[in-house]
Design a binder for this molecule. Structure first.
Ligand code: FRU
Length: 424
């Protein structure tokens, strides 16, 4: 198997490594990097649908944008089935846990709007049934392009395959609300290539998704982050010195960690409109550390590139662990080198007493972090849970150099705009 250097040898940049040594520094329950406990009596956005990954409308520079005073978010969404015989258990009760766990297979993109940056009202589906080419509409990013209200929705078309796609539409506002019009023609952009990014043929558990386009604040060029795995047949990856890092004696054994091969991918647009893309080598790899670095995104602050990505306990490799939550890395230039924030990478994790309380964190340039509620224990032992499928309380972090600190908590789903665009 090729080492990283061979695989990305001719590339203009080498991926930065999140090493096993870095991950050994991850500690759950450090109050500066732990999300406050979410109470089990949380309100739900809707009794009809579950929502999870939340994608605020923004511009290409990363600013969360309202239109004519309306805040807009997109969410991955699936119907709840409280009355569907398929989800009624042998005692006649609605098995909400199973319904929730099945949601990925029927994920659709919906949008919501609000005057207050919270108290979201359901707008509806973004694309009509039949428009998206695959069964699942997975995460991405809605971009407000101009004052005419044109919106490019980048997202992932999954099953069969996993293709990064985009669909253009328009946001229209009235005094009473917001609607999304158009969104009728989905354009495939690219798929994993098997050379830099792992394909389904190389690994049936591959990940290739979650596009996050942005304009580089330094050169103005259009790029896109995405989630991937490092190319190569499953099991063939090497966890060598570089991937292990500087570990203490007794920590050299990497177990089966070669199966964990996450990376943060990057592509550059060949055109102005972002219709034609070239994949570049990953910005960051986590071979031997973790199998998923999902929904990667940036905050540009103090002339630095703060790269955030979400990950799970269950996707960590043998011998390393950490909470579900958002991890971060910082560099002085786009192509790195990136170093883990707080030494370890952990920025905001779930408390160990409520390990699944939230997920899919998105750090916004104003330091606010939105996420969704997954499940919260309702008894001491943690065996009884309440399923969320709704917005979590927003948390504020302060980013200072290579460190981050939790500093405040706000209302459920509080996503205030950073700019307002008056539509023409
Ligand atoms: C994160 C995530 C994304 C994916 C979606 C699928 O919560 O796993 O990476 O696009 O959920 O439901």
């Amino acid at each position: 198997m090729k080492s990283n250097t061979e695989k990305f040898g001719k590339a203009p940049h080498q991926p930065s490594l999140w090493t096993r040594a870095d991950a050994l520094k991850v500690h759950a329950d450090d109050p500066t990097t732990t999300q406050p406990l979410v109470s089990a009596d949380f309100p739900v956005l809707s009794n009809e649908v579950f929502i999870w990954d939340t994608m605020p409308l923004r511009d290409l520079d990363g600013n969360i944008t309202s239109v004519d005073g309306w805040s807009v978010i997109f969410t991955l969404t699936a119907d709840r089935h409280p009355n569907d015989p398929e989800y009624i258990d042998e005692n006649g009760n609605y098995d909400i846990t199973r319904d929730w766990n099945d949601r990925h297979g029927r994920a659709k993109m919906y949008y919501w709007f609000s005057r207050t940056g919270k108290d979201w009202k359901l707008g509806g589906r973004v694309m009509a049934e039949g428009v998206s080419p695959t069964a699942r509409e997975w995460a991405g990013t809605p971009i407000l392009l101009n004052e005419q209200g044109d919106v490019d929705l980048y997202y992932t078309a999954v099953t069969p395959g996993a293709t990064i796609v985009k669909v253009r539409g328009r946001v229209v506002t009235t005094e009473h609300g917001v609607s999304m019009v158009g969104f009728e023609k989905v354009k495939p952009l690219f798929e994993a290539d098997g050379k830099m990014y792992q394909t389904e043929a190389q690994n049936p558990f591959w990940g290739f998704r979650d596009p996050w386009p942005f304009r580089d604040p330094n050169n103005g060029k259009l790029y896109m982050l995405f989630e991937g795995n490092v190319a190569g047949e499953r099991g063939s990856h090497k966890v060598g010195k570089a991937e292990i890092g500087d570990v203490p004696p007794g920590y050299e054994d990497v177990g089966n960690s070669r199966f964990q091969t996450a990376c943060v991918g990057i592509a550059v647009a060949r055109d102005e409109d972002g219709d034609d893309w070239e994949m570049l080598p990953p910005l960051l790899t986590a071979v031997g550390v973790n199998d998923q670095t999902e929904r990667p995104h940036f905050v540009f602050q103090d002339g630095k590139y703060y790269l955030f990505t979400i990950s799970h306990t269950f996707t960590y490799a043998d011998g390393v662990t950490g909470p579900d939550g958002v991890y971060g890395f910082v560099a002085d230039s786009l192509f790195g080198p990136y170093v883990p924030l707080n030494g370890s990478g952990l920025v905001l994790g779930n408390p160990s007493s409520q390990p699944f309380q939230t997920y899919s964190h998105c750090v916004m340039p104003n330091g606010l972090v939105t996420s969704f509620i997954d499940s919260v224990p309702t008894d001491e032992s943690g065996t009884q849970i309440r399923i969320g499928g709704t917005e979590a309380p927003t948390v504020e972090i302060k980013i200072k150099g290579q460190q981050t600190f939790v500093v405040a908590e706000y209302d459920y789903g509080y996503i205030p705009p950073m700019l307002d665009v008056t539509l023409e």
